[in-house]
Design a protein around this ligand. Structure first.
Ligand code: FAD
Length: 382
């Protein structure tokens, strides 16, 4: 950054929620700078779902067509028994989602989604290598201190810094996130081995076992050339310092291999590299903002990923926050933050609760309350 010391709105974190907030606020006419701890963009993770509720937001940013071109368009979200293959539910997506929910449902590589989001941010407003270490709330601004020695004064600060949020810690005190008792194995599978099975792999299918153990498997590219899975497995504890550890095909076999359906066996056989991630959690927060500080996404309401809506909620948050600030003007940020929290809290908490319970779409149910929601036009709660 070239000697910028004062900014209007500072967004801390340029992950999926922060990148959306910066783009939406900028589109609405605000002056925004993003500060991200990573030194550069990293293509981390693998697959992610983007529901129609979120695609409507990407439409408003001019990104819908690009994402729809890259991502896979599943006809359904299937739930199936991991041994017998019996269909437990068939939730219609595809053209039905466009017609009923107002936008496509896609699954995509997380890196492809993230880089597309970042592409609309002017490079001079996106500051990598800025890890927030401290902040001071003053009468007229917030003084932000970064690990690289720089200090920036901001009128408003949006904490989009994820589950270990420094902003959250400032508002509510230090508290480590709680291990949820669940881990997820994540793998991009070997397509040649998958094809060699001769089986027709569905574009979006969740395989279920007892105690809600599962494998969520889906394509991440429009042409079906990449296939990904993420598991959910209860475990006794997590004793590693690192954010993930290596797993193996043997471990997958031990957890899911017993009498597995041939398609599950095929998935396990096509596993070459697989990693194991802990799922962290927090209880719903008592407050989402204070003074000139406001939070969104995982900083505010982290959840286990079983509804595939964590990023969706972060991006919806960003939309409602932007609309509230547009309504009140930046100077009346207190009113805006109140509108934002009142509009978001109930929905985000409901999604957090159901996601943690891991019941979503296991049996036939109507997902319209999630997918048909339109954050661009939804009523703001004043
Ligand atoms: P993050 O995306 O975590 O971004 C936080 C950013 O802040 C990061 O870039 C980080 O480097 C930066 N940061 C952190 N601390 C600092 C600091 N001190 N200073 C500066 N920068 C900082 N969601 C979906 O919607 N659909 C899915 O299909 C889905 N699948 C998932 C699968 C798995 C296995 C997991 C674990 C999650 C999944 N999620 C999914 C959830 C989703 O990934 C998160 O909810 C989402 O990333 C939250 O966005 P965020 O911007 O709040 O946080």
């Amino acid at each position: 950054m070239t000697d910028i010391e004062t900014v209007d709105i500072a967004v801390i974190g340029a992950g999926l929620g922060g990148a959306a907030a910066a783009a939406l606020l900028r589109n609405a006419g605000f002056s925004v700078h993003s500060f991200e701890q990573a030194d550069e963009f990293q293509r981390v993770g693998a697959g992610i779902h983007i529901g129609p509720n979120v695609m409507k937001i990407f439409r408003s940013l001019g990104l819908e067509d690009r994402l729809a071109e890259i991502g896979s368009h599943p006809s359904h979200w299937f739930s199936r028994d991991g041994r017998s293959g019996e269909y437990l539910s068939r939730i219609e997506l595809g053209d039905f989602a466009v017609k009923e929910y107002g936008a496509p449902y896609i699954t995509i590589h997380r890196g492809d989604m993230h880089v597309t989001q970042l592409s609309v941010l002017p490079p001079e407003t996106l500051h990598f290598g800025y890890r927030l270490t401290d902040l001071e709330e003053r009468d007229d601004d917030v003084l932000l201190s970064f690990a690289n020695g720089r200090q920036v004064s901001a009128k408003l600060v949006v904490g989009a810094d994820g589950i270990g949020s420094v902003i959250r810690e400032k508002l509510l005190g230090p508290e480590r996130p709680r291990f949820s008792g669940w881990v997820g194995h994540r793998a991009l599978v070997d397509m040649d081995k998958l094809r060699a099975t001769g089986l027709e792999y569905e574009r979006c299918v969740k395989w279920w076992w007892e105690h809600s153990r599962h494998i969520m498997a889906y394509a991440t590219k429009n042409d079906g050339s990449e296939y990904y899975y993420v598991t959910g497995v209860p475990v006794d504890g997590w004793n590693h310092e690192s954010s993930y550890v290596d797993s193996s095909r043997e471990e997958m076999e031990a957890i899911f291999g017993d009498n597995a359906h041939p398609m599950v066996k095929g998935l396990i056989d096509a596993t070459t590299e697989v990693t194991k991630w802990p799922f962290w959690n927090r209880d719903p927060m008592p407050l989402w903002s204070r003074g000139r500080l406001v939070m969104l996404g995982d900083a505010c309401h982290p959840m286990r990923p079983h509804m595939a809506q964590g990023a969706g909620m972060a991006i919806e948050d960003a939309t409602i926050l932007t609309r509230a600030l547009s309504l009140t003007g930046e100077a009346d940020y207190k009113t805006a933050f109140g509108i934002y929290e009142r509009t978001r809290r109930e929905r985000a908490t409901k999604v957090q609760t159901i996601s943690n319970a891991n019941t979503w779409l296991k049996e036939p149910e109507d997902p319209a309350w999630v997918y048909a929601y339109d954050p661009i036009h939804a009523e703001l709660v004043g």
